[in-house]
Design a protein around this ligand. Structure first.
Ligand code: JHZ
Ligand code: ZN
Length: 414
């Protein structure tokens, strides 16, 4: 038995830690100028960031539990609608569901963590009834503005019962990048089982732990992400709630490699899902040795990136960064990239501009700052959007600016 807490999925008591990123501030807790000025008397809270593997159900998870209110209500400026790529992905998902399931005014689509309505709004032209669930007040307000009714709550069994009584069972439940964000995992999945119609479909998207491990995406580890999923772990989890992992889709470009799991109450496992489970077993995702050398590889990335950036600074180059992303916060804090290395960070999200990144306190500016100051190099912290960003900043590179991508290995882009 380990001295770590029990697995938040299966309750297993022998979690094995394999990565420690030290003690870090909350990744999305950007500081306002007033908050920055108050740090002497009211310091930034920091929390240990350690990752462990459960040998019983294969779920990878962090061991620290920061209260969700602190993560997603008090300190949350993430708005989904700032990426055209993500919006296109979401629209294609909705159009696909409407067509394959023949959805119309008699059906109800519920999204958990519906954010600013970036996805559910695409159901509206089809007449499908929609309902968003999201505890973040500003995002919920933005969703209502675009016609998406939103319940401002953390989802779980109790909320599911109430919603089912008020609105009927859901024909479709969508949960994108949220099943990693809930400390009471069984309450969340139990809620899906409660709300979903017997013949309904729940689709759940999350980055795939294999991409994290095999492509060195350590910066996607932060306190909002309690879990790092494999199909193996999802299959075990949903079966405990009387549901089945029936199909799996893979989007290699989305958030560094995302899986979409199709979950239902009737067992109808496709060959594709079976192949994914077999593939994970062949890679070793369900056993500890797969994770054992990860910490060493992360440390290598850190020293390579530091060496590259310090070398450029020594030559007199100026360096900025792109994307005040949550993952950017892990990157700059773990690697130790403060104002001595990076001049500022740009971000398109207007809610983040004028703030300072957690821990290192890099100022966040609008994207126009790149052309205004023309730094010699720009480190892409939101590397999952590299193509989109490079395309959008053609003028910056035309004038001689060079982008650097930090993972899988630090590289100056041609
Ligand atoms: P982005 C968030 O993580 C938070 P983050 C959350 N915890 C999660 O799970 C994942 O998403 C899925 C900006 N940007 O989306 C917007 C531009 O400035 O990779 C964002 O601030 N210009 C819910 O924060 C940041 O970059 C652009 O052209 O790591 C990207 O953050 C584009 C495309 C984005 O996720
Ligand atoms: Zn477990």
């Amino acid at each position: 038995m380990s001295d770590l807490p029990p697995c938040r999925s299966c309750g297993g008591e022998d979690l094995r830690a394999f990565l420690s990123l030290g003690t870090t501030p909350l990744a999305d807790a950007l500081l306002t100028p007033a908050r920055l000025a108050s740090l002497d008397t009211d310091p930034e809270p920091t929390f240990p960031l350690d990752v462990a593997f459960c040998p019983q159900c294969s779920l990878v998870q962090i061991t620290e539990e920061v209260p969700p209110q602190q993560l997603f209500v008090d300190n949350y400026l993430y708005f989904s609608s700032f990426s055209p790529m993500l919006l296109a992905h979401s629209k294609a998902h909705v159009d696909g569901l409407v067509a394959s399931r023949g959805l119309g005014p008699d059906h109800l689509a519920v999204e958990l963590a519906s954010n600013d309505g970036y996805l559910l709004k695409h159901f509206l032209p089809h007449g499908v009834r929609v309902l968003g669930v999201d505890p973040a007040p500003d995002q919920a307000a933005a969703a209502r503005e675009v016609g998406v009714p939103t319940v401002e709550e953390f989802f779980g069994v109790d909320v599911a019962r109430r919603l089912r009584a008020e609105h009927g069972a859901a024909d479709v439940i969508i949960a994108n990048n949220v099943m990693a964000h809930v400390p009471q995992l069984n309450d969340f999945v139990g809620g899906i089982a409660e709300l979903l119609a017997d013949d309904g479909l729940a689709t759940v998207e999350n980055p795939w732990v294999s991409d994290l491990i095999e492509h060195g995406e350590f910066d996607t580890v932060y306190h909002e992400h309690y879990y790092y999923y494999s199909c193996t772990a999802v299959d075990a989890l949903v079966r405990r709630h009387g549901m089945y992992l029936n199909d799996v889709e893979y989007f290699p470009e989305l958030h560094g490699g995302t899986l979409r799991w199709h979950i239902g109450k009737v067992e109808a496992v496709t060959d594709r899902a079976r192949r994914m489970l077999a593939d994970e077993h062949a890679r070793g995702v369900d056993s500890y040795p797969y994770y054992a050398d990860f910490a060493e590889r992360v440390e290598q990335t850190r020293s390579e990136l530091l060496e590259l950036l310090r070398g450029l600074k020594a030559e007199g180059a100026s360096i900025a960064a792109y994307g005040a992303a949550a993952k950017g916060s892990t990157m700059v804090n773990y690697v130790g990239l403060g104002t001595d290395v990076l001049d500022f960070v740009v971000d398109r999200n207007t809610h983040k501009q004028g703030t300072f990144m957690p821990g290192v306190h890099l100022p966040v500016r609008g994207v126009e700052a790149l052309l205004e100051t023309q730094p010699d190099y720009c480190l892409i912290l939101a590397w999952n959007f590299t193509d989109e960003i490079v395309e959008q900043q053609a003028e910056y590179t035309a004038r001689g600016g060079r982008f650097i991508r930090p993972v899988p290995r630090p590289v100056v882009l041609a």
